[in-house]
Design a binder for this molecule. Structure first.
Ligand code: AN7
Length: 374
């Protein structure tokens, strides 16, 4: 297949318009006769950073803004492929454990497919935007104590017993859809020097590496970019393993971070991710909650990009990689902005602002006059 040419598949499945991600259908190993379950995912903007470059110490950097996928996160890429296969396999019930985004995505796609969704969430640790999506799309929800890792154990057990079809990233179709981020980046700007990815369960970074390796094998790129996986100080099982030269993640009990999306102590794809990052001559690093909030503010106020805390981790990581001299000023860098700011309104509201109250029009006008006459 020629990479830039659209494959000849029928576009009549989403109101007659082409699917963005599904332009790569020939590179996704699913049967030809599937009915594609899509909400128009992929084809997200690769936004060139402009006003924040000085603060980041770079000349050329981009944010791949996955927040504009249909449910507001990168999870829709894997979900469209996995739900397409769930429908093809005629499963009656799909399920996942989630820090929020996977469940928001799965419930929407389940509705589209007409399959019943069941989700297990860590109680008190899912951002409100994500929880509201699952409620809106109509899921049976189990809130469990003990964090995401406990929720996933439940899903693995009910899957093993054949009660549900799992749509966590242990499902290989999720990875097949997810890898298309790499295709889009290479398609759009050729090969970058670095791709910086926030890491929780490590499905995304593993999938991106798979996509890159495939492109190299097809002869579509010469050099493989280096991968930087970013975790938070309170949930860094892969950073710890990477530093110690281990091949398995070093589990973290009770992970705590403002970036609840990546508050994961036992990443399922941990060993694959360690191999991927080492294979790319890359690095795992951690950032603090404060650094995440600062990066979120930089993206929002200098670039107009509203991202959730886990996504800001990639920019915080990038800033640190530059400060430590690991990334060079002249290197071309992509940061994956995995989810939209609206996912976590409570964290957005923590940012400093200036607001006043007026009880009527007159008072508002007087106030504005006073504020603007200085
Ligand atoms: C915004 O939704 O794990 O390393 O259950 O929501 O592939 O896990 C979310 C993860 C990064 C980390 N950014 O991706 C879930 C879930 C955002 C996320 C990640 C997540 P992985």
């Amino acid at each position: 297949m020629e990479f830039r040419k659209r494959p000849s598949i029928s576009w009549d499945m989403l109101g007659g318009r082409p699917f963005r991600l599904w332009r790569y259908k020939e590179l996704i190993p699913i049967p030809d006769d599937v009915q594609i379950i899509s909400l128009g995912e992929g084809g997200t903007p690769l936004t060139k950073l402009v006003k924040s470059l000085d603060q980041l110490g770079l000349r050329e950097a981009y944010a791949k803004f996955e927040g504009v996928n249909s449910t507001g996160s990168f999870k829709d890429r894997g979900m469209t492929v996995a739900m397409t296969m769930a429908k093809y396999l005629k499963v009656p019930l799909v399920a996942c454990a989630s820090t929020g985004n996977t469940s928001a995505s799965m419930t929407a796609y389940a509705s589209r497919a007409g399959i019943k969704p069941l989700i297990v969430l860590p109680k008190g640790r899912v951002a409100r935007g994500k929880l509201s999506q699952a409620i809106l799309h109509g899921a049976r929800i189990i809130l469990i104590e003990g964090g995401f890792d406990n929720a996933l154990r439940v899903i693995l057990e009910v899957s093993r017993r054949g009660i549900v079809y799992p749509l966590n990233s242990i499902n290989p179709w999720r990875i097949e859809g997810q890898k298309t981020i790499a295709y889009e980046i290479i398609d759009e700007i050729g090969d970058p020097d670095w791709i910086v990815v926030p890491v929780g369960n490590a499905g995304n970074i593993t999938a991106i590496w798979k996509g890159l390796v495939e492109l190299k094998r097809f002869g579509l790129i010469d050099e493989l970019p280096r991968l930087a996986g970013v975790q938070t100080a309170g949930a860094a099982p892969l950073v710890r393993a990477f530093k110690m030269g281990l091949e398995e993640p070093l589990p973290v009990e009770n992970p705590e971070t403002i970036a609840t999306a990546i508050g994961i102590g036992r990443p399922v794809h941990g060993s694959r991710a360690l191999r991927a990052v080492r294979g790319s001559k890359g690095i795992f690093l951690e950032v603090s909650d404060e650094e995440i909030l600062e990066a979120q503010r930089i993206l929002a106020r200098y670039e107009g990009l509203g991202v959730e805390p886990a996504s800001a981790a990639s920019i915080a990581g990038l800033k640190k990689l530059r400060e430590e001299g690991i990334v060079d000023r002249d290197e071309k860098v992509i940061a994956i902005a995995t989810g939209h700011a609206l996912k976590d309104p409570d964290t957005a509201l923590l940012h400093e602002t200036t607001s006043y109250e007026a009880k009527d029009i007159r008072e508002a006008l007087t106030l504005i006059q006073r504020l603007t006459s200085a």
